[in-house]
Design a protein around this ligand. Structure first.
Ligand code: HBI
Ligand code: FE
Length: 279
């Protein structure tokens, strides 16, 4: 990790410093995902990817990504050394800058990362930042994040981000497709989220999701599906303040709970999680 000396935590991508081995890791990750995503990802993800200078040859250069991305939705990506403090993260998002890790995971742990790396951030997030609804939603999250933090209700908002931007599914022609970056950048979770009988799949409901805990270091026990990506646009316009009032002290739900009001699409067997207690 490179130390940051700017208060916004941005660093140079340092593209020229990537080794052949690091480019090869990108190549492996890219080809694994491309063997799956044409069947598993939503049309907007595939379309965004196709219109970006992201390919399986080498780690993309952020400045060429930014030419396409800025022209499409006014977003840019900025290089950061890893996780940045919440308020720094929100400030970038509110200004349509997506902080992206410049490092890449090591070749012997392709399925595990401690902090978001360049493959998660660029391959996972940037294609959806080409979509106008997602573009507005993440900016609104940045703007709302500071408010939620000051009100002491950040977990309520962070759960919405988690179950949409990171682990969201969308209904498309009667099937469930991936749009969340945490899924789209993971070979194992792409298959798990769509095909495995273990997790619940439930129609997204804002009030429900705000109260639902999530797993950070394992597959999700429940995936929430929106009806269409445009629902994110509506979500970006909602005033969360009254909901914070209502739900700040409300009971919360465990990752694998189903509740009476749920519109359950597929009730999970829980089989995978039976051997993996939540921590
Ligand atoms: N920093 N680089 C980076 N990427 C993230 O996704 C990120 C972060 N800092 C904080 C954060 N996410 C979350 O804890 C907030 O969304 C709540
Ligand atoms: Fe992410």
């Amino acid at each position: 990790m490179t130390l940051s000396n700017a208060t916004d935590w941005t660093i140079d991508q340092g593209w020229a410093a990537y080794s052949r081995a690091e480019h090869a890791t990108w190549r492996t990750l890219f080809s694994r995902q491309m063997a799956l995503l044409p069947r598993y990802a939503c049309a907007a993800f595939l379309d965004g990817l196709q219109r970006l200078p992201i390919d399986g040859r080498e780690i993309p250069n952020f400045s060429s990504i930014n030419e396409s991305l800025r022209a499409q939705t006014g977003w840019t990506i900025v290089a950061v050394p890893g996780l940045v403090p919440d308020e720094v993260f929100f400030n970038h998002l509110a200004h349509r800058r997506f902080p992206s890790g410049n490092f890449i995971r090591s070749a012997d742990s392709l399925n595990y990362i401690e902090a978001p790396d360049v493959f998660h951030d660029v391959f996972g997030h940037v294609p959806m930042l080409m979509n106008p609804a997602m573009a507005d939603f993440i900016q609104a999250y940045g703007e709302g994040g500071m408010r939620a933090y000051q009100l002491g209700v950040l977990p309520l908002l962070a759960r919405v981000y988690w179950y949409t931007v990171e682990f969201g599914l969308v209904k498309e022609s009667g099937a469930l497709k991936v749009y969340g970056a945490g899924i789209a950048s993971s070979f194992t979770e792409t298959q798990f989220a769509i095909d495995d009988p273990s997790p619940h799949r439930v129609t997204f409901d804002l009030n429900r999701v705000m109260r639902t805990h999530y797993r950070i270091d394992d597959f999700q026990e429940t995936y929430f599906a929106i009806d269409q990506l445009e629902d994110l646009l509506a979500l970006s316009k909602i005033d969360f303040a009254p909901r914070y009032q209502k739900y700040r002290d409300a009971r919360t739900f465990a990752p694998g709970d189903l509740i009476a009001e749920d519109r359950v699409l597929q009730r999970g067997t829980g089989a995978y999680f039976a051997t993996r207690p939540a921590r």
